[in-house]
Design a protein. Structure first.
Length: 478
């Protein structure tokens, strides 16, 4: 359950938040596969409540385990998983089974047409009845582990996962997804469930489907959403032997550093010494769908697409430094924190429009299609398995390091030039900086970096350039 089952030459997943299955299938074939992305995290696949104004968060209020949402139906989902697997892109599903939909004021109708009666804790399309839930109470105190796990998170009806019927329904749902070829799960609100119940559920899961290219006896990858910035009643350590964990400390610390709240030179020992989980168990990201809009954890430290320059720098560091299982966020643009994805007048999610330059339109941000980001995906693949070497810094906010003899990266967050001869550890030659441009034929549309016989190169990053990063690697030698 710790292995994300990515192809050996790939390294990162992207969360295609609220995308439709048909659009994702095309994106796998046209972009993610060719660009070396290892996987996708998709929004919840099972039926959710239709909430007024269609906020994004309605998908975290399940009505049943029928696989019909605004992203598409079961057949479309199955087709997407198959097509993505075919081009080497694995699917991880955001699964919500801590709770069911909250009281809605009116009748609760789901995206698959099912009705439910949350006031009576009655969800006939599963079915779940009152007996399958904890008695109602609110979570007032995050220091009280019992409350966090047995009361209702923001009034969401709290399932009792100790009950065999509840476990069986959850298992049927997860096993169905395994049959369809997914590689694993992001377990929503894992912190709000008892580790022992999760152990039983995970322990009974089917092995991954070999017809989709997974080796026999492969366990689904599991990453649990456990927010632990320290100082609360529940520790991520209670969940580490069950699966990987969303390491929110990374999101907060990387945002703080690239916002200028911490010297970049301190990133030299990025990893466990910062209080993070061990690398193989930590899912690491700059922002997620919650904290990019002030939900969840991290507060004002979090960087998002809205602060594009430091965001790209933080993302380059997250992908450039060997720590954790990495995830990139791909957003729709928003002003209002409740606002759902771009939709037409009937409430259907709109497809992203891909412009001539490869970027997205029609309300989709598509950070994963920003050159500075997808070229770092390639960088990460090219340097896979190498260590950090020759760390250099100016004592403050200019840093650089090698990745073995495969890649080199430099950052400038100062208000003055970085202009230095630095050891790149690369064989002599001319390299194309994949941040300021790209290799086009035998040329480079961005900065060219001349590496001498001693491995050194003159590295220049001005404070007012579009990007505060420079990255070169063996795959883009001229
Ligand atoms: C919506 C409405 C609610 C309404 C409800 C029911 O907004 O007003 O009551 O419907 O009708 C999402 C949205 C919710 C939405 C929900 C259902 O975020 O707004 O409610 O769908 O539609 C906690 C959980 C964590 C959760 C996070 C948002 O522990 O699991 O809140 N994330 C997941 C999903 C998320 C989803 C759900 C769970 C529910 O990713 O999208 O909700 O399925 C502390 C605790 C954290 C806690 C936060 C926020 O964090 O440690 O565990 O997260 O508080 O309550 C500093 C601290 C940090 C602290 C943070 C905030 O950073 O260091 O520890 O401050 O205080």
């Amino acid at each position: 359950q710790f292995d994300p089952h990515q192809l050996p030459d790939r390294s990162t997943m992207v969360h295609l938040f609220e995308w439709k299955w048909d659009d994702i299938a095309l994106e796998c074939e046209n972009f993610l596969g060719p660009k070396g992305f290892a996987g996708i995290q998709v929004s919840p696949v099972n039926e959710n409540v239709i909430a007024p104004k269609r906020p994004w968060w309605e998908r975290y209020q399940p009505i049943s385990f029928i696989l019909t949402t605004r992203s598409g139906n079961e057949q479309q989902f199955a087709n997407m998983v198959k097509r993505c697997n075919k081009v080497g892109v694995r699917t991880y599903v955001d699964v919500v089974f801590n709770h069911m939909a909250a009281k809605q004021g009116g009748q609760a109708v789901g995206t698959g047409g099912s009705r439910a009666y949350p006031e009576n804790k009655d969800y006939p399309a599963v079915p779940f009845t009152n007996a399958d839930f904890h008695p109602s109470c609110g979570i007032q105190d995050y220091n009280d582990a019992y409350q966090v796990r047995n009361c209702e998170l923001v009034a969401l009806r709290d399932l009792n996962q100790t009950i065999p019927h509840v476990q069986n329904k959850i298992l049927e749902f997860l096993d169905r997804l395994v049959d369809l070829g997914v590689a694993g799960f992001r377990v929503d609100a894992a912190k709000h469930m008892w580790p022992n119940d999760l152990r039983v559920i995970y322990g009974s899961l089917k092995n991954l489907n070999t017809a989709h290219g997974f080796p026999p006896n492969s366990k689904p990858f599991i990453v649990q959403e456990v927010i632990d910035l320290g100082g609360e009643g529940i520790k991520r350590d209670e969940y580490v032997d069950l699966g990987a964990i969303t390491e929110f400390k990374v999101s907060a610390a990387i945002g703080k550093a690239f916002r200028g709240g911490d010297d970049l030179k301190n990133l030299k020992n990025w990893g466990e010494q910062w209080g993070f989980l061990e690398s193989s168990k930590a899912l690491v990201f700059v922002d997620n769908h919650d904290n990019q809009r002030g939900h969840g954890a991290g507060g004002a430290d979090i960087l998002t697409y809205k602060q594009s320059k430091p965001y790209k720098m933080a993302t380059a560091f997250n992908l450039g430094f060997p720590f954790g299982i990495t995830r990139i966020m791909s957003s729709f643009s928003f002003d209002d924190t409740d606002q759902g994805p771009p939709k037409d007048s009937s409430g259907n999610i709109k497809s992203p429009v891909i412009q001539k330059d490869g970027s997205c339109d029609a309300g989709w941000v598509c950070e994963h299609r920003w050159r500075q980001i997808y070229n770092m995906v390639e960088f990460q693949n090219q340097v896979k398995g190498t260590e950090v070497g020759n760390w250099w810094d100016n004592g403050k906010n200019q840093i650089a390091f090698c990745r073995g003899n495969a890649g080199f990266i430099a950052f400038n967050l100062e208000s003055f030039d970085l202009n230095q001869d630095i050891q790149t550890c690369l064989p002599a030659g001319t390299y194309c900086d994949v941040i300021s441009g790209d290799k086009v034929g035998s040329n480079c549309s961005g900065k060219k970096v001349l590496v001498g016989n001693d491995g050194k190169a003159r590295i220049i990053i001005g404070p007012n350039e579009d990007d505060g990063v420079l990255a070169i690697h063996k795959g883009k030698k001229l």
